[in-house]
Design a protein around this ligand. Structure first.
Ligand code: HEC
Length: 228
C-alpha cells in the first residue's frame, strides 16, 4: 500500500468534499446577506441626500425618472431626478404625480401598497412580466412607466386624450378595451380609479428599480415598437 496514488485515497476525497461543502456554505451565507442589503428599500432621506439605492424609497414617485445609457455599465439604467450626462442620478428634478410632487413617505407608501395589492388581486402576472416573474402574453411591465408611448408625444397618451403620463396610464387601466391598439387587447379587469392610481404609482416605482439593464434592450425595443 506504500505506493498508493493520492487519487485513489478515500481520505483525500473525504477531506476535499468537506472543504468544498464548507466553502460553498460560507459563500452562500455571505451572498444571502449581500443580496438582502442590495435589495433593501431606501427611504425619503436617501433620495434627499442623493444616496443611490437599487430599490429607491416610495417617494421616488415625486421625481422625474428617465432611462439613460450608462457608459460605465454598458446598459441602460433608471436615472432619478435628472442625469449628470453619464447615466448617474442627480436626485434634483421633481415631477408632479397626479398634480403633486410632495407626496409624503407615508402617503407614497400607501399608494404603492394599494397598487401592489391590486396587481395581485387582478393578477397582472397572468399576462405580463414584472421584475422577471410572470407571463409573456402581454408587454413586460418592469419598465412600462418609461415607455415613450405614454409620454407627451406618445401614441398611448394621445389615444387616451389625457395631459399627463400618469393620467393616461390610469385611464387605460380602467378601460383598456376602449383603447385598442394593433396588438392583443387587454381585457377590462374592473379596476377602480383608486386602484388605477395605486397601480400607476407601483409601475412608476418599479421603473426606478435598478435591474442591471433587465429587460434587455427595453429602450430600443420600445422605440422600435412606437416607431421612434
Ligand atoms: C388577460 C391578460 C392581461 C391581464 C390580466 C393584464 N393585462 Fe395589461 N395588457 C394586456 C395586453 C394584451 C396588453 C397590450 C394591449 C395593447 O397593446 O393594446 C396590455 C397592456 C398593458 C399596459 C400597456 C403596456 C405598455 O407597454 O406600456 C399596461 C401598463 C398594463 N397592461 C398594465 C396591467 C396591469 C397593471 C395589470 C394588472 C392590474 C394588467 N395589465 C393585467 C393583457 C393583460
Amino acid at each position: 500500500m506504500a505506493n498508493k496514488s493520492v487519487w485513489s485515497d478515500n481520505r483525500f476525497w473525504r477531506r476535499s468534499a468537506t472543504w468544498v461543502t464548507g466553502f460553498a456554505s460560507v459563500l452562500l451565507i455571505w451572498l444571502t446577506f449581500d443580496t438582502s442589503a442590495q435589495i433593501a428599500m431606501g427611504n425619503d432621506q436617501d433620495l434627499k441626500d442623493g444616496v443611490v439605492k437599487r430599490v429607491p424609497g416610495p417617494t421616488v414617485i415625486n421625481y422625474k425618472i428617465s432611462y439613460e445609457m450608462s457608459s460605465k455599465r454598458g446598459h441602460e439604467v433608471p436615472v432619478i431626478g435628472g442625469n449628470d450626462g453619464e447615466g448617474n442620478s442627480l436626485f434634483q428634478e421633481k415631477e408632479k404625480f397626479f398634480g403633486r410632487d410632495d407626496w409624503s413617505e407615508e402617503e407614497a407608501g400607501k399608494l404603492l401598497h394599494l397598487g401592489k395589492l391590486a396587481s395581485q388581486a387582478k393578477n397582472c402576472m397572468d399576462c405580463h412580466t414584472l421584475l422577471g416573474n410572470g407571463a409573456y402574453y402581454a408587454p413586460d411591465l418592469t419598465k412600462a412607466w418609461l415607455d415613450p408611448a405614454w409620454g407627451p408625444d406618445g401614441a398611448m397618451q394621445a389615444l387616451t386624450g389625457k395631459e399627463t403620463k400618469e393620467e393616461a396610464m390610469a385611464e387605460f387601466l380602467q378601460h383598456p378595451d376602449q383603447f385598442a391598439t394593433h396588438a392583443r387587447m387587454m381585457p377590462d379587469l374592473g379596476i377602480t380609479k383608486e386602484e388605477a392610481i395605486g397601480l400607476v404609482a407601483f409601475l412608476k416605482h418599479m421603473s426606478s428599480i435598478d435591474t442591471n439593464g433587465f429587460p434587455r434592450n427595453f429602450g430600443r425595443m420600445q422605440g422600435a415598437v412606437n416607431g421612434k
